[in-house]
Write a protein that binds this ligand. Structure first.
Ligand SMILES: C[S@@+](CC[C@H](N)C(=O)[O-])C[C@H]1O[C@@H](n2cnc3c(N)ncnc32)[C@H](O)[C@@H]1O
Length: 293
């Protein structure tokens, strides 16, 4: 039996209300995933609307195309950092709204073959884009101590970065660290968990961010929003951890202070208790929206 993957879109109604200002507008879904937000948006848009959906993950794109199955969607295998270029090539002079729902989908997390989850044994991969060269296994087995420690600190905010990096260096002298469970065991050998949080959680987050240059992509897209969004259009970003949210919050504040942009979310939008109960993965989501005036 083939597995039916799911991903419940987070803050879907709030996002639709804040971003869909024109029924027949042009929209960007920078992180199409399984098409959850896009399907939700298309159900609320008119026949002339268009959505350009981006994803680095071709498996997700194929599923999104099949699930959404709507001629108003153009699904593109590219990083969302290429949005302005793709719109220009399509002869579109900017978007009325753009959503970036950061991080990874439930499909990627739950699929052991993708190597994202410490609860499932699989190859240490963690690439969103399976055609990109760098895997988590390469980082863990080939990078030096200082670089390992740096990513654990900068991308995992891991207090035990030095001890974990040392343990990785020691373990790989015995043989390659190939799987998620191999790495989990290495971390467990030097760090104890806090409450319900597994001791390797921050290590896995750090590797995922490094493999996919996640913060670099967020910084890039924040710098070029004026090339993506039309005057009157809006950009919304959903983040799942403080490293991303800090980048978005500060950049939106600077844009608004510089004139030409207006913050639509004075206070960050977070899911209600009911949504978190239905979809625990929504618990750390934060939505911020800005409008180009
Ligand atoms: C949280 S999921 C999006 C889920 C989607 N909103 C839905 O409702 O089905 C994030 C998706 O963004 C993709 N992604 C992450 N960084 C990306 C980037 N720089 N460019 C394009 N896609 C990216 C991931 O591959 C993943 O499929």
């Amino acid at each position: 039996m083939t597995q039916e993957w799911t991903h419940i879109p987070v803050l879907a109604e709030q996002t639709a209300q804040l971003l869909l200002t024109r029924t027949d507008g042009v929209y960007v879904d920078g992180t199409l995933g399984l098409g959850g937000h896009t399907a939700y948006f298309l159900a609320r848009l008119g026949p002339q609307a268009r959505i350009f959906g981006f994803d680095k993950d071709e498996e997700a794109l194929a599923m999104a195309r099949e699930r959404v199955n709507d001629p108003r969607l153009t699904a593109v295998h590219a990083s969302y950092t290429q949005t302005a270029h793709v719109l220009q090539e399509a002869g579109v002079d900017g978007a009325d709204g753009a959503l970036f729902d950061l991080g990874l989908s439930s499909y990627q997390l739950d699929n052991p073959a993708r190597g994202f989850s410490l609860l499932r044994d699989g190859p240490l991969d963690m690439r969103f884009d399976l055609s990109s060269p760098l895997t988590a296994a390469q980082i863990v087995n080939e990078w030096g101590l200082a670089d390992l420690e740096r990513i654990l600190t900068d991308f995992g905010e891991e207090r035990n970065a030095h001890a974990i990096a040392m343990a990785i260096m020691a373990a790989r002298r015995q043989g390659r660290i190939e799987t998620t469970f191999d790495l989990k065991k290495v971390v467990e050998s030097v760090v104890r968990g806090r409450g319900k949080i597994h001791p390797a959680t921050q290590t896995f987050q750090a590797l995922r961010i490094a493999v996919n240059d996640e913060l670099g992509c967020v910084r890039t897209v924040l710098e070029v929003l004026q090339n993506i969004i039309k005057p009157g259009g809006r950009a919304g970003i959903i983040t799942f951890h403080s490293l991303e949210d800090r980048l978005v919050k500060n950049r939106f504040k600077d844009l608004a202070a510089g004139g030409g942009w207006r913050l639509m979310t004075k206070h960050v939008v977070a899911p209600a208790y009911d949504e978190v109960r239905r979809n625990p993965r929504a618990r750390s989501a934060k939505l911020r929206v800005i409008e180009r005036v």
